[in-house]
Design a protein around this ligand. Structure first.
Ligand SMILES: C[S@@+](CC[C@H](N)C(=O)[O-])C[C@H]1O[C@@H](n2cnc3c(N)ncnc32)[C@H](O)[C@@H]1O
Length: 249
């Protein structure tokens, strides 16, 4: 399997990705409100923290460890954390398949904004197993991910978007055999006309599949929502799938 998840979050593509984090600002406030009410007391792991979009604001009241593979994004997170005066934030570089963290350490693990499904099914399961491993007994795990049923019903094969400095063309297909969504992003810089592109694919998981995986790995589902606004989850109508679970069957 190609390593798109290494290429996407660094260099010129990383710069484009930085603008996505900022573009998500309005939504970030809603996610923080949701997390403050849903997370348990105690230490939080922001699993795949990116630029610290969520860990930095959360760390004003809580102790947070942010973990990510991209050094490029972690450098940016460090800079943003310093600017925000974040004193309770620790950043760690690591691969989610082999967490460089002590077992049974965290009261909470959060995985937000579609940061799951990047690998083969077996490795995705390993990612969940690693999360369970670093959680304390009765610790909380919250995932926020795209809902595959909604995606397929509302499938957009091609579309384009315009931002301040660039155009973005998007092409998508879905492989029914392995349930992978294949996306091609093409960026055209308005000034230089330079083109950058990346094709990435990730495995989509339905609520039913999460239920099976969680049961196998020792996570008990507590609440399921269709968004961070706590809207009820509707299989075909919800664009997001937000699951709150607890370690221990
Ligand atoms: C869509 S971003 C989400 C970032 C963050 N959770 C947020 O909500 O702003 C996905 C993140 O996963 C990280 N990532 C990709 N592959 C990874 C891996 N193998 N291990 C750890 N992090 C990884 C990327 O560097 C990126 O920061």
């Amino acid at each position: 399997m190609d390593k798109w998840y290494q290429d996407m979050f660094k260099g010129e593509l990383g710069k484009y990705f930085l603008t996505f984090f900022d573009w998500r600002k309005d939504w970030t406030e809603k996610e923080i409100q949701f997390l403050e009410s849903a997370l348990k007391k105690g230490l939080i792991l922001d699993h795949c923290c990116g630029v610290g979009r969520l860990s930095i604001p959360l760390s004003s009241k809580r102790q947070v460890v942010g973990m990510d593979l991209s050094k490029y994004l972690l450098v940016e997170a460090k800079k943003r954390g310093r600017e925000a005066g974040a004193e309770n934030l620790w950043l760690v570089c690591g691969d989610m398949r082999h967490l460089p963290l002590r077992p049974n350490l965290f009261d909470n693990v959060m995985n937000f904004w579609t940061s799951f499904g990047f690998f083969s099914h077996e490795e995705n399961e390993l990612v969940l197993k690693e999360i369970v491993g670093v959680l304390k007994e009765k610790g909380t795990f919250i995932i926020d991910i795209g809902n595959p049923e909604w995606r397929i019903i509302n499938f957009q094969e091609k579309h384009w978007d315009e931002r301040d400095d660039f155009y973005m063309l998007v092409e998508r297909s879905f492989n029914w055999e392995n349930k992978r969504n294949i996306t091609r992003w093409i960026f055209i810089d308005k000034k230089s006309k330079k083109i950058n592109e990346i094709t990435f694919n990730h495995r989509l998981y339905s609520l039913q599949e999460f239920k099976k995986l969680y049961k196998k790995l020792g996570l008990a589902i507590q609440e399921v929502y269709g968004s961070c606004l706590k809207e009820p989850f509707e299989q075909t109508k919800s664009n997001r799938l937000v699951i709150i679970a607890e370690k221990g069957n």
